[in-house]
Ligand binder design. Structure first.
Ligand code: ATP
Length: 514
């Protein structure tokens, strides 16, 4: 674990050093849990967004996009339940003065039981070797059974407390489990309190009466309140979806782990409107489609898992998270939720407008049910970055830091380098850049030794380096070096476009999704 934390620290500093992510307002000592994307970060982020947007809107003829405003009428947040219920349970440790989410403390305790169980099993597997019957061992070993029983009991108690919103019980669980503050090491806890995560601000001048408005904590409501507009103007028939990418804001209690939990972040959400009664079928379908979208990136199928929710949000009748194996454990990257007709019904009630859909096949009107897929751009960015980072030992004894980014997502697709800064090689290299730049993000680099230039491109995940040498002037060939294998092949300049395009275009990625 400690080793994993080290790796994570290195990734964070790499992200800064190579212009991916900076602390916001850094020259003023930063603003907690707010980050800026640098020159490479913004490209990677845009590519992730493009991949999502195209997978939604190009591959599904019944999904269209919108871009709604961040400010919305405040009654929307009353209707959606966010004013009353968008809370996290917080608890303070009196000795360290540190603040925690009570639910997260308990979830970490649950993970500890899991770790103990897995450790016992791994130990036994080693001891018994070939003859090890894992299933039998899990069922019969007294220590494993004891851990499982404790874990299950805690799980049940926790889920009940969360569903009942029982703050006293949450505190009691923390005390009974002997959970201590990681900083002070004590159990000197305050009571658990609810904390609303929405940011408020004022709109309009105070003289003529200002109005309290919220910075949206999710992009979804902008879709719901435009449901009718899109359905009518786009002549959409159920089932159909509306996709949106945009900023969301949450005053998170504990903001740690870099861009995993931010106070200003970006979401990619799609609401899929379906007939009542068909929602669970579509829920399963969207779970599979979304997992396929993640896996197509090739970051490793074993790094994903579904985690079904114990506590369903006030609006949901089924919900699952797609979790990704970060250096700090499996963590939620995306949620797939069956939100029933809750939001549209609430907006119908609060606005007094009819939001029903007339179904020509059934010849009846109803409020559609909704399946939502909601993914954080920043968490997706983090998962891509973490799984791509490698400190690689090379056969010659040197090491290189390389980002094995999925090629279609890489900020720079190719770098063109004259071997030396003379003999007309820079001109030839520029000529190649001027041809490729219309299709690919292309860098020109002539500084330092060729080895150093390759390392710089490896560090930002550039899939291809093209080197122009004296032979190029004679026969119009260059060397094409691949980032991952470091193999170099001699190719004709005329073939560069085709070779690179075949590897780095989003098209190839999208085709995997059908
Ligand atoms: P968590 O339990 O981690 O707080 P959540 O369940 O509240 O997340 P959702 O409301 O389902 O998250 O939001 C959908 C997605 O938005 C999440 O899967 C995540 O990728 C992203 N997201 C939510 N909160 C944040 C945040 N504070 N910083 C970055 N991304 C976030």
């Amino acid at each position: 674990m400690a080793q994993q934390e080290d790796v994570f620290k290195k990734i964070v500093s790499h992200a800064k050093e190579y212009g991916f992510v900076f602390q916001s307002s850094e020259i003023y000592d930063g603003l907690a849990a707010v980050y800026d994307y640098g020159q490479n970060g913004v490209e990677l982020k845009n590519n992730i967004k493009r991949y999502w947007w195209d997978a939604m809107t190009l591959l599904h003829e019944n999904i269209v996009g919108i871009d709604s405003a961040i400010f919305m009428h405040p009654t929307i947040w009353k209707a959606s339940g966010h004013v009353d219920a968008f809370n996290d349970p917080l608890i303070d440790n009196r000795d360290s003065k540190k603040r925690y989410r009570a639910d997260v403390l308990i979830e970490e305790q649950l993970a500890k039981y899991d770790e103990k169980i897995e450790k016992e099993v791994a130990k036994a597997a080693k001891r018994f070797g070939e003859s090890f019957d894992e299933a039998l061992y899990r069922q019969t070993n007294p220590r494993v059974c004891d851990h499982v029983a404790r874990r299950d009991a805690l799980h049940e108690r926790f889920a009940k407390a969360m569903n009942d919103n029982d703050l006293e019980e949450l505190k009691q669980i923390i005390l009974d489990e002997g959970i201590v503050c990681p900083i002070s090491g004590t159990k000197n806890w305050t009571d658990v309190r609810q904390f609303n995560l929405m940011f408020k601000t004022e709109m309009g001048s105070t003289a003529d009466g200002s109005m309290t408005v919220y910075l949206r904590p999710e992009t979804a409501q902008g879709i719901f309140v435009n449901y009718l507009n899109v359905q009518k103007t786009g002549r959409m028939r159920l089932p159909f979806g509306i996709a949106q990418i945009g900023k969301a804001f949450r005053n998170e209690i504990v903001a740690r782990q870099f861009i995993f939990r931010m106070r200003e972040f970006e979401q990619m959400e799609m609401q899929f409107f379906v007939r009542p009664g068909e929602e669970l079928k579509w829920f399963d379908q969207w779970k599979q489609w979304r997992l396929a979208w993640h896996k197509a990136l090739g970051l490793g199928d074993e790094k994903y898992r579904f985690h079904d929710h114990d506590k369903l949000a006030h609006y949901a009748n089924a919900a699952t998270d797609i979790e990704f194996k970060m250096p700090f454990g499996f963590k939620e990257v995306e949620g797939v939720h069956s939100r029933t007709n809750f939001d549209l019904s609430q907006h119908e009630k609060f606005s007094g407008k009819n939001i029903k859909y007339f179904d020509p096949e059934l010849n009846e009107s109803y409020v559609p049910y909704v399946i939502e897929t909601s993914i954080g751009v920043d968490r997706m960015f983090l998962s891509v970055l973490c799984s791509s980072y490698e400190e690689q030992a090379l056969p010659n004894g040197e090491t290189r830091v390389v980002l094995h980014l999925p090629e279609a997502l890489a900020p720079v697709k190719c770098a063109v380098m004259p071997l030396v800064k003379k003999d007309g090689l820079p001109d030839k290299a520029r000529e190649i850049v001027n041809d490729l730049k219309f299709d690919f993000a292309t860098h020109y680099d002539e500084k330092d030794s060729i080895g150093k230039r390759y390392r710089r491109q490896d560090a930002i995940g550039t899939p291809f380096c093209i080197t122009v040498d004296h032979q190029t002037l004679e026969d119009n060939t260059v060397t094409l070096r691949e980032r991952d294998s470091m193999e170099q092949t001699r190719v004709n300049v005329a073939d560069l476009h085709r070779l690179i395009h075949g590897r780095v275009s989003l098209n190839a990625l999208l085709r995997k999704l059908g």
